[in-house]
Design a protein around this ligand. Structure first.
Ligand SMILES: CCCCCCCC(=O)SCCNC(=O)CCNC(=O)[C@H](O)C(C)(C)COP(=O)(O)OP(=O)(O)OC[C@H]1O[C@@H](n2cnc3c(N)ncnc32)[C@H](O)[C@@H]1OP(=O)(O)O
Length: 194
């Protein structure tokens, strides 16, 4: 079963997404936006370590291999982990728009079970932009990039200022991130739109 609620339907006057001229080239590995991110960070031992690459237009491909620490039922990926993989892939689209945006709404279809050891091949693209609202969609396939769809999602991301994180994040992580030159460099990659 699949369906998308009204709030995930772009308005009639929504614009087509525009790939930023300084976006990473198609095929380029994006790297983590934050080392401690549960989705993509290399410093999270139980994280997904999702690796995303820029695609054509405003699209992304990514891979994530389900490990034993990601189980829900015996030998199967937890649904929340699969939703995280979709959310992280959709969030990586920020690199191509060079916009800072956070997930406002994520609607997920779980189509088939995903066993431990499976590599999920993810694809995501921005479908429309309306003001601060960014509409996007993603699929996760098993058995290869052209294999059957196991999970899919539609999402609405909302553009925010960098202050969103500074104002809401716990002080100790914010301070650590702001004193890390690598982290500042990664944050600046998104700080383009005035
Ligand atoms: C740096 C990238 C990291 C990527 C990591 C992977 C992605 C993530 O998991 S991000 C973390 C999870 N998300 C969050 O923590 C977000 C928490 N939510 C918030 O902070 C706020 O609700 C926020 C910023 C989304 C929106 O608040 P605010 O800026 O006040 O905007 P607001 O005026 O309420 O909404 C703006 C528009 O979006 C719409 N909107 C906001 N939330 C939703 C929603 N959940 N569903 C539908 N529409 C929504 C509003 O209706 C409004 O529409 P319109 O302009 O047509 O009236």
């Amino acid at each position: 079963m699949s369906g998308t609620s009204a709030s995930l339907q772009p308005p009639a006057d929504a614009a087509k997404p525009v790939r930023h001229p300084d976006a990473p080239a198609p095929g380029e590995l994006l790297g983590a936006h934050y080392g401690q991110c549960f989705g993509c960070g290399g410093e999270q031992p139980h994280g997904l370590h999702l690796a995303a690459r820029a695609g054509e237009g405003v699209s992304i491909t990514a891979e994530f291999t389900v490990r034993p620490e990601h189980q829900g039922a015996p030998g199967l990926a937890h649904g929340g982990i699969l939703a995280t993989a979709l959310d992280e892939t959709l969030g990586s689209l920020n690199w191509l728009l060079r916009t800072i945006a956070v997930t406002g709404r994520l609607e997920t279809d779980f189509v088939r079970p995903v066993p431990v050891g499976t590599t999920l091949h993810l694809e995501a693209e921005v479908t429309a932009v309306a003001g601060r609202k960014i509409y996007s969609t993603a699929t996760g396939r098993v058995g290869g990039p052209d294999g059957p769809v196991a999970v899919r999602a539609d999402a609405l991301f909302i553009e925010v200022k960098v202050e969103h994180f500074v104002n809401h994040g716990r002080e100790e992580e914010i301070q650590a991130a702001m004193s890390d030159p690598d982290q500042l460099r990664r944050a600046r990659a998104f700080e383009v739109n005035p």
